[in-house]
Design a protein around this ligand. Structure first.
Ligand code: FUB
Length: 348
C-alpha cells in the first residue's frame, strides 16, 4: 500500500511540476527477449559487439516484501547482439549459485569488465548468514562460463556492483542499494540487522544514504582503498536528504563518461525514477541534474548506459510481459542529450 502511494505521489509530482513532461520522449518498446525473464541489464561493448549481463528472474513462490524476498534468482545468462535491433543471442548459463562456494541465494544485479585478457563477472548474493556480499568470477570468454572465487570481495557488502573503466586505466566499482539491498545496515560502520528499509522515521532531514565506490586493484578481485561515499548535492551544493525520495540514491548505480564529465546514474527505488548527477571526478561530489526515465511498469527500475557506434543507449527493464514485479524483461532504447550534455527524459 505504501509502495503504491509513493508511486502515485511520484507520478503526480512529475506531472504537476512539469519538471520533465514538456521535454519527455514517449515510446513503446519491445522486450529484448521473451523466453526467459531478465532484469537489471548491464551492457558493455567488447570486441565490437554488445554483451548484456542481466539478472535471470524466476518464479519461486516467495511472497513480496520490502526486503525483496520475491527475487530468488539462481543463475546468470549472458546475451549478445551485433547491432541494436538485431538478433539477441542467449549464450546459456554463465554462472550458477551452486558453483559459488560462499553464496547461498539471491543472485541479484550483475556487471562485467575486461582486463588483461580476462573477463570478470561481478555479482551480489546472500552468503550463508543472509548478508549480501559482492562476488567475482572469471572467464576467458565474455559469455563465460565463469569460475567463481572462493570468497566474496573483501570489504564488499550490499548489492548492484557497477564497474567503470576510466580512460586513465583505473577501474572503479560503484555499489549499494537500500531496503532489501541492506546498505542502511552498514550506516554506522557496524552491521546492524535491525535497520530494515532506510534510515527510518524521524531521519528525513538528515543526508541521504550514499552509494559507495572503491578503485579496484590490478587483479580486479579486490578493492585498492577503503570504500568511499558518493555524495549527491542539490543545485545549492547541499547534500540530498533522506526524505527527498524523488532524487536520493536508492539502488542500481551506473557510471559513464561523456565529454570528459562523469555521469553517475541510479534508481530512486520507491519513487521509481532513473536519475543522474554530474561531476568532474569519478569520486564526486556529484550535482543532481535530472530524470533519465519516468516510472516503468513494475516496482523496480535498473539500467545501464553504453556507447555503441557513435550513439548512446539506455538498457533497462519493466514488467510488461508478466505484469508481476519479480518477473521482468529487459529493453533498450536510444539516450538523447541536448547540446550541453543534459540527458532528455524518457517516458516509457
Ligand atoms: O534484481 C534484484 C534487484 O532489484 C536489483 O539488485 C535491484 O537493482 C532491483 O532491480
Amino acid at each position: 500500500m505504501l509502495q503504491f502511494k509513493n508511486y502515485i505521489l511520484a507520478t503526480l509530482s512529475i506531472v504537476l511540476s512539469g519538471q520533465v513532461w514538456g521535454q519527455a520522449t514517449v515510446e513503446k518498446m519491445k522486450p529484448l527477449i521473451s523466453d526467459l525473464y531478465t532484469a537489471d541489464p548491464s551492457a558493455h561493448v567488447f570486441n565490437g559487439k554488445i554483451y548484456i549481463y542481466p539478472s535471470h528472474d524466476i518464479e519461486a513462490d516467495v511472497p513480496q516484501d520490502d526486503e525483496g524476498g520475491h527475487f530468488q534468482m539462481r543463475d546468470y545468462h549472458v546475451y549478445s547482439m551485433d547491432k541494436i535491433g538485431g538478433k539477441v543471442t542467449d549464450h546459456g548459463v554463465a554462472l550458477d549459485v551452486k558453483d559459488v562456494p560462499w553464496a547461498e541465494k539471491q543472485m541479484w544485479a550483475p556487471d562485467a569488465a575486461f582486463k588483461n585478457g580476462t573477463y570478470f563477472l561481478y555479482f551480489p548474493a546472500k552468503d550463508k548468514e543472509g548478508t549480501f556480499r559482492i562476488g567475482v568470477a572469471t572467464s576467458k570468454s565474455p559469455t563465460g562460463p565463469f569460475k567463481a572465487e572462493q570468497h566474496p570481495i573483501p570489504g564488499s557488502y550490499s548489492i548492484d556492483p557497477a564497474v567503470f573503466a576510466d580512460t586513465d586505466g583505473k577501474t572503479y566499482m560503484y555499489f549499494g542499494g537500500i531496503w532489501g539491498g541492506q546498505l542502511q545496515r552498514w550506516h554506522t560502520g557496524q552491521y546492524d540487522k535491525t535497520l530494515m528499509t532506510d534510515l527510518g522515521k524521524g531521519h528525513e532531514n538528515e543526508p541521504a544514504l550514499h552509494a559507495k565506490v572503491a578503485v579496484m586493484r590490478g587483479d580486479m578481485r579486490s578493492f585498492d582503498e577503503p570504500v568511499r561515499d558518493i555524495q549527491i548535492l542539490d543545485e545549492k551544493g547541499k547534500p540530498l536528504l533522506a526524505g527527498d525520495h524523488n532524487r536520493r540514491f536508492f539502488e542500481g548505480a551506473w557510471m559513464h563518461k561523456y565529454n570528459g564529465k562523469y555521469y553517475f546514474s541510479y534508481s530512486t527505488g520507491d519513487t521509481h525514477l532513473l536519475c543522474y548527477a554530474e561531476s568532474a571526478s569519478p569520486y564526486g561530489p556529484f550535482t543532481y541534474k535530472g530524470v533519465i526515465m519516468n516510472p516503468v511498469q513494475g516496482w523496480t527500475t535498473h539500467h545501464s548506459i553504453v556507447e555503441f557506434k557513435g550513439k548512446w543507449y539506455l538498457f533497462y527493464h519493466d514488467s510488461a510481459l508478466s505484469g508481476k514485479t519479480h518477473l521482468r524483461n529487459m529493453k533498450v532504447r536510444e539516450l538523447v542529450r541536448d547540446g550541453d550534455g543534459n540527458i532528455k527524459t524518457i517516458t516509457p
